[in-house]
Design a protein around this ligand. Structure first.
Ligand code: ADP
Length: 392
């Protein structure tokens, strides 16, 4: 016990714990040699084997097998040093088979734990693959549905125009052309969203950092949305906040796209007459923008789901290709793109809402964090290389 304790436990506290275990082990060892029944050892071997963590086993560290091996070697050494040859032989003949039994039992248990862990991992991968498969199928049905609506529109206008041209009455076609263009614009925006999602998924989103004030982005968005907001009798208030005038380096086009997606949703999921407020503040190293609405809100369980691709898959019947119509669900890509863009900047996005209720309208608040970069990452890289060159 002394030898083993000295070799395996480095500090006093550990040694005390180990001694207790060793005492139990050697008592059982004596018990086993007298009865000849190895089952005496099972409980302690199992306890020891269980103490190896899955991580140890995963990394190939078979600690308990190692300890028993060392104990066996030390027993041989001590027997040789302190006993007569005959005594040593007698002792070793009695205990070595028990050590060997212990090694076998522990190795088996460690292997079983490792195999169980690996099959657990495989099950996880299998589940993930099933999810991917389901989301692929869902993608096809949503994509097909979303694309079909504008195609039907364009198709309708085209045949109407064809009929009118055949009749040759010289009826003006500009209204129909405008309708067609609306359909084409919608098609393009869906396809663009799909391409963006695929770029984000494959880490191919390239950011073009330019200095801008968040205020400018918000003003442009307010302007772009003003007509829709008026149509929906809503109020869109963009407040000035600490940080809104700070010049920061971002990909302004992409940040605008992210904020636009959030704002368009705020309009879409807020009933006529509702209110949307954009505010913010500066946090250490970050600018926080908050987009609050008085809309239908989001249930707690959906608050994480909506940032996934096709966050609203369950409600296929709602998909209506509406960008800002009340509850006119889109393909469910807007927030996942927004999240991808913010994460590519090193920022983040989350939502707070007291739940989903179309009558009470508890509203939602989207929080966006944008890192404050006072110089372009490319400039920083360039400077770094400059300095390295100078050193050479
Ligand atoms: P969609 O194209 O469906 O709008 P998004 O990714 O933009 O896709 O949003 C995902 C889902 O999150 C929406 O379908 C909607 O259910 C929910 N959602 C997003 N913004 C809001 C909001 N401001 N209020 C209530 N629900 C929202």
């Amino acid at each position: 016990m002394e030898h083993v304790g000295r070799e395996l436990a480095h500090d006093m506290e550990m040694r005390a714990g180990l001694n207790e275990q060793l005492e139990r082990f050697f008592d059982l060892l004596v018990q086993t040699t007298t009865t000849g029944d190895t089952a005496w050892m099972d409980s302690i071997l199992l306890d020891w084997a269980k103490s190896s963590t899955v991580t140890d086993l995963e990394e190939g560290m078979y600690q308990v097998t190692f300890i028993i091996n060392r104990m066996m070697a030390l027993t041989i050494q001590v027997a040789k040093e302190t006993l007569t040859k005959q005594q040593a032989l007698n002792l070793l003949a009695a205990v070595i088979p028990i050590y060997t039994y212990g090694l076998g039992a522990v190795a088996r248990y460690e292997m079983e734990t490792r195999v169980a862990h690996i099959s657990g991992e495989m099950e996880k991968v299998q589940k993930q693959m099933e999810r991917v498969d389901r989301s692929k199928t869902a993608f096809i049905s949503v994509a097909a549905h979303e694309l079909k609506t504008p195609i039907t529109l364009i198709d309708g206008y085209a045949s109407m125009m064809e009929d009118l041209l055949l009749e040759g009455k010289g009826v003006p076609l500009d209204g129909m052309l405008a309708g067609m263009q609306t359909g084409i614009k919608r098609l393009r925006s869906i396809v663009d969203d799909m391409l963006d999602v695929s770029m984000i998924d494959n880490d191919l989103l390239k950011l073009n950092f330019q200095p801008i004030q968040i205020e400018t982005i918000l003003e442009i968005l307010k302007n772009d949305l003003s007509e829709t907001v008026k149509k929906r009798k809503q109020t869109l208030e963009v407040r000035q906040f600490d940080g809104s005038k700070q010049w920061i380096y971002v990909d302004s086009g992409r940040i605008m796209q992210a904020l636009r997606n959030i704002l368009e949703n705020a309009v879409k999921y807020t009933p006529d007459g509702g209110r949307i407020t954009v505010d913010g503040r500066t946090l250490p190293g970050l600018i926080e923008v908050t987009i609050k609405d008085t809309g239908i809100g989001i249930s707690l369980e959906n608050q994480a789901v909506i940032f996934e691709k096709f966050g609203q898959l369950g409600r296929l019947e709602l998909h209506s290709s509406g960008k800002t119509k009340f509850k006119g669900d889109g393909p469910g890509l807007g927030l996942s793109i927004a999240r991808g863009i913010l994460q590519a900047h090193g920022g983040s996005i989350w939502v707070e809402s007291d739940g989903y209720d179309e009558q009470e309208c508890p509203g939602s608040a989207f929080h966006v964090l944008i890192p404050i970069r006072t110089e372009s990452p490319e400039t920083r890289m360039a400077k770094l290389f400059d300095e390295l060159e100078k050193k050479e």
